[in-house]
Design a binder for this molecule. Sequence first.
Ligand SMILES: [Zn+2]
Length: 63
Amino acid sequence: MLKYACRDVGVECDFVTTGATVEEVKEKAFAHAAVAHADILKGMTESAMAELTKAVEASIKPV
Ligand SMILES: [Zn+2]
């Protein structure tokens, strides 16, 4: 089982999600971010998004 928490990428948020694969966890994380952190994502350039995606991938840890 893999786990992602918003806090692990420095966001003040209690959201935690789990999944069987990195892709699944990432999908859930970005679905959450699109709703809860729309304000953060809105102002992001494509390269900032790429950086964020990398940070999210790096913070997905086995539990
Ligand atoms: Zn969050």
